[in-house]
Design a protein around this ligand. Structure first.
Ligand code: ADP
Ligand code: MG
Length: 312
């Protein structure tokens, strides 16, 4: 392609809300053989909401939610935001949000919140801190196992029940004992399945990579039509996963939105960040999809193909 063709293509991209960082990035996309999607915030809306919960230690719901949300208040994770929103609604209005009320503007009344100390964010696992002189752990199985918290068969059953319905089960422990499980559900983006279908018909393999657990990952992948899944991957592991796919010469694109995706976006031949994603992801990517629609993954690859393949 001539420099003019590249300039024109970059302009077409921009007018479609696809920012392409340079001619090399534009060129690499035409050879993409595999697209790896992050799950949360990429295939899903990234606006998870609490839909289920079960308390195991007789703590009243208001007290349980106060402690959990006060712990999660220090985290930027979408799961943490879902839990804080749910707790906020319950503690301010005295009832849990319904799908209808979930998006009503929140009051700024955070007087219910308690001060957390020695807050620690454990990437890919959850958070740990002290609230009310209790050690609060909020996160996944790995976090519990690492901290020596036992999960009884009854609790494990409830965790799996959530996961089989594509919900992320967030486990809560107070002072080393499981106090409850929170089921968080994050609906798929409406275009996700069609885009996966479209990429497949272009001869491109689609995969999913996520830090979330296998069960939840599998049920989300099934809904969207993705067969190959890499789950329970820590942020550093996402980049390694991309490199292993590149080993046989496959040109790999990664689509992601989160801080935890940025090493993978940088490692991929073509990194595509969702425009609504975090700044760090946007910086690491070669493409930024400003319209936040997965359809633009196809548009971007098409544009590169039209610009760089000999047969037009
Ligand atoms: P993803 O690839 O789905 O964006 P992450 O790597 O950010 O996932 O997190 C992986 C898993 O770690 C989550 O699915 C969740 O189980 C757990 N986790 C991470 N941060 C938190 C948090 N602040 N609260 C609860 N769970 C968390
Ligand atoms: Mg994500």
């Amino acid at each position: 392609a001539t420099p003019t063709a590249v300039m024109v293509a970059t302009g077409i991209g921009a007018s479609n809300g696809i920012l392409i960082k340079g001619g090399d990035a534009l060129e690499r996309a035409h050879k993409v053989g595999c697209v790896v999607f992050d799950k949360t915030g990429t295939l899903t809306k990234g606006k998870p909401a609490v839909t289920h919960h079960r308390i195991y230690n007789k703590t009243p719901l208001a007290d349980f939610l106060t402690l959990v949300a006060s712990a999660e208040a220090g985290s930027e994770h979408p799961l943490a935001k879902a839990i804080v929103d749910y707790a906020h609604h319950f503690l301010v209005f005295g009832e849990p949000p319904t799908p209808k009320t979930a998006h009503t503007p929140r009051t700024r009344d955070t007087s219910w919140m308690k001060q957390a100390s020695s807050f620690e964010n454990i990437p890919g696992k959850g958070v740990c801190c002290h609230v009310d002189n209790k050690v609060i752990l909020v996160g996944n199985r790995k976090l519990m196992t690492d901290s020596g918290v036992a999960i009884s068969p009854a609790i494990e059953d409830y965790v799996q029940e959530n996961e089989q319905r594509a919900r992320t089960a967030v486990i809560v422990a107070f002072d080393g004992t499981v106090a409850g499980v929170i089921g968080v559900s994050d609906p798929l983006k409406q275009e996700a399945a069609v885009v996966v279908e479209g990429l497949k018909s272009m001869g491109i393999k689609c995969m999913m990579v996520t830090g979330d657990n296998w069960q939840t990952a599998r049920s989300v992948a099934d809904e969207v039509g993705i067969i190959e899944v890499m789950a329970e991957v820590l942020p550093a592991g996402k980049a390694k996963a991309i490199q292993s796919l590149q080993a046989d010469g496959t040109v790999v694109a990664m689509v992601g939105d989160g801080v935890n995706d940025s090493p993978a976006l940088a490692a991929a031949d073509v990194g595509m960040a969702i425009g609504a994603g975090t700044d760090i992801a946007i910086e690491a990517a070669d493409y930024v999809l400003m319209r936040n629609s997965l359809e633009d993954v196809i548009t971007a690859i098409d544009l590169s193909r039209k610009t760089f393949s000999r047969i037009k």
